[in-house]
Design a protein around this ligand. Structure first.
Ligand code: FPP
Length: 226
């Protein structure tokens, strides 16, 4: 039986959700943050899920209007401050992947603080992908392998990836109706089962995730074998 140990989600559809309601795009992100909290609590309580990786800000998201980028940065900082209690109460370790150096010192400090406070928790690891892109991650890994004068192989490259410590993805889900991977966890998803939901992220529920996990159980994973 398949085990849903690592679930990774491309949370898409916040802007459209808000637009459909005549609201500003940022309202969709605000509602999206609530869904992040609900799913995190659900995943912490789930007997199989050990890692939940969420694509919160990609290396390409800097191209968005300055106001939206600023809002997302504020939202993230407020979220980490406000939800520390949720991490503590549910035994969730907070982690990140991506290059944090481009974020403000205040946000970097908050990220480090939340990591430090939650570092010993083991019920769930919530990984936020922040200023993350797979191609960037792979290039940075290759540079580290070269620095060590090691041969470039799948083993050496794979071991130096920032996401290596969270292991392979079992379920890769994208909400919002598009069917693409958008530079997210390409290496770790080599054998992931893919799911695409038409639901816009602010409307996504724990019931739908349960349904996806049930479908995942029925899939026949061969990992290249027969
Ligand atoms: C994609 O929707 C969403 C993002 C680029 C940001 C994801 C952020 C959140 C879910 C909220 C904040 C998260 C945390 C952890 C506090 P989109 O804006 O591309 O939607 P669209 O395709 O409908 O325009």
């Amino acid at each position: 039986m398949n085990t849903a140990r690592h679930i990774a989600i491309i949370m898409d559809g916040n802007g459209r959700w808000a637009k459909q309601r005549g609201m500003k795009r940022i309202k969709g992100h605000e509602r999206g943050a609530e869904v992040v909290r609900n799913l995190t609590v659900f995943a912490a309580d789930h007997p199989e899920i050990e890692v939940l990786t969420l694509y919160a800000f990609s290396t390409e998201n800097w191209k968005r209007p300055g106001m939206e980028v600023d809002f997302l940065m504020r939202l993230l900082k407020n979220y980490l401050e406000k939800e520390t209690e949720t991490y503590l109460r549910n035994g969730v370790r907070f982690e990140t992947i991506g290059d944090l150096s481009r974020f403000s010192p205040a946000l970097q400090k908050q990220i480090e603080k939340t990591k430090e406070i939650t570092k010993d928790f083991t019920r769930l690891t919530q990984v936020l992908a922040l200023n993350y892109g797979s191609m960037d991650e792979i290039a940075r890994s290759a540079a580290r392998v070269c620095e060590q004068n090691l041969p470039i192989t799948a083993e050496t490259l794979g071991a130096e990836l920032e996401s290596a410590r969270f292991g392979p993805v079992d379920i890769l889900l994208r909400t919002g109706g598009e069917q693409r991977l958008s530079n997210f966890l390409l290496w770790q998803s080599a054998y992931a089962e893919l799911f695409f939901s038409p639901t816009l992220w602010p409307d996504f529920t724990t019931e739908e995730l349960e349904e996806i996990i049930a479908q995942f159980k029925t899939r026949h994973r061969r990992f290249g074998g027969i």
